[in-house]
Design a protein around this ligand. Structure first.
Ligand code: ZN
Length: 246
C-alpha cells in the first residue's frame, strides 16, 4: 500500500496513545520487569521511546531551520541515555515519554509544506524528506507498545498500519537475501491479495507461511511465529526463524 504523510501522522498519534495506556498501567514494580526485548527492562524501553521522541523532533527542527540537528549526538550518547533512564523512577519515565511525545506532535503541527519536503539525515545515515519521519516514529511507538509486554499484541494495531509495516520490513529485509534459504512467502489469510516474498539465496521451492495478518507482520518484524503455519510442496514444514528487526 502507498502510505501518506497523513496516514503516518495518524498512526504515530494512535501508537502514542497505545504506549501511553500501556505505560500508565505500570506500577514501579512492573516498570522494573523485563520487556519483551532481550536485555531490556520496561524502563529501558520507555527511556528509549522518550529519547526517540526527542530525536525525531530534532529532525523536525532540522527541517524547519535548515540547520543540521542530528537525532542523537552519538550512538554512545543514545545508549548512555537509555541506561541512565533505566535507573529513573517509573513516574519520571512516564512523564518524560508524555512530554517528548507531545513536543514532537507540536513540532509537526508547526512544519510548513516546504519544510516537510526538506532533506534530513536519520541516525542510520539515510537522507530522507522530513515527511518520512512520522513513519519512523510510528514504527517505534506501535511495535514497542507490543514489546512493553503489558498485553498489547499486533492484533490490537490497525490493519492499514500492519500492511504498511509488512511492506516496509520486507523492503528492508530484501536488501539482504536469506543465506542458505529458499524464498519465504508470507501470505496473510485475511488481507486480500497480499503476499510478501522474502528473497533467499536458494533457487528451490519457496516456503509459504500463512496465518492472520497480525501474526504475519509480527513474524516479519522478528517477533515470533505464533498462530502461523508453513508449507512447502504442499507439506507442512517448520517455520523459518527470522533475525531481529528494529
Ligand atoms: Zn526502537
Amino acid at each position: 500500500m502507498n502510505r501518506t504523510l497523513a496516514d503516518a501522522r495518524r498512526w504515530a498519534a494512535h501508537g502514542t496513545q497505545v504506549c501511553r495506556a500501556a505505560i500508565d498501567s505500570l506500577d514501579e514494580d512492573a516498570f522494573a520487569q523485563p520487556s519483551l526485548l532481550p536485555g531490556w527492562t520496561r524502563k529501558h524501553l520507555v527511556a528509549h521511546l522518550a529519547a526517540n521522541g526527542e530525536a525525531v523532533r530534532n529532525l523536525s527542527t532540522w527541517a524547519a531551520t535548515g540547520v543540521p540537528t542530528p537525532m542523537y549526538s552519538s550512538p554512545e550518547q543514545r545508549a548512555a541515555d537509555i541506561e541512565a533512564g533505566s535507573h529513573s523512577a517509573g513516574t519520571e519515565l512516564a512523564a518524560w515519554f508524555a512530554s517528548t511525545a507531545a513536543a514532537l506532535m507540536a513540532a509537526w503541527d508547526s512544519l510548513s509544506d516546504a519544510a516537510w519536503q526538506s532533506p534530513v539525515v536519520t541516525a542510520q545515515g539515510r537522507t530522507v524528506p522530513a515527511s518520512e519521519t512520522p513513519w519512523m516514529r510510528t514504527r517505534e511507538v506501535m511495535v514497542h507498545a507490543v514489546d512493553l509486554g503489558t498485553g498489547v499484541t499486533f492484533a490490537d494495531l490497525p490493519a492499514d498500519f500492519l500492511l504498511a509495516l509488512g511492506d516496509d520490513v520486507v523492503a528492508k529485509r530484501s536488501a539482504a537475501p536469506l543465506a542458505g534459504s529458499p524464498d519465504i512467502q508470507v501470505c496473510p489469510t485475511d488481507a486480500d491479495g497480499v503476499c510478501w516474498t522474502l528473497p533467499g539465496t536458494e533457487p528451490s521451492t519457496p516456503i509459504t507461511v500463512t496465518g492472520p495478518l497480525a501474526a504475519c507482520t509480527a513474524y516479519l518484524a522478528g517477533r515470533g511465529d505464533a498462530h502461523l503455519t508453513a508449507s512447502r510442496d504442499e507439506h507442512t514444514t517448520p517455520i523459518p526463524s527470522l533475525a531481529a528487526w528494529l
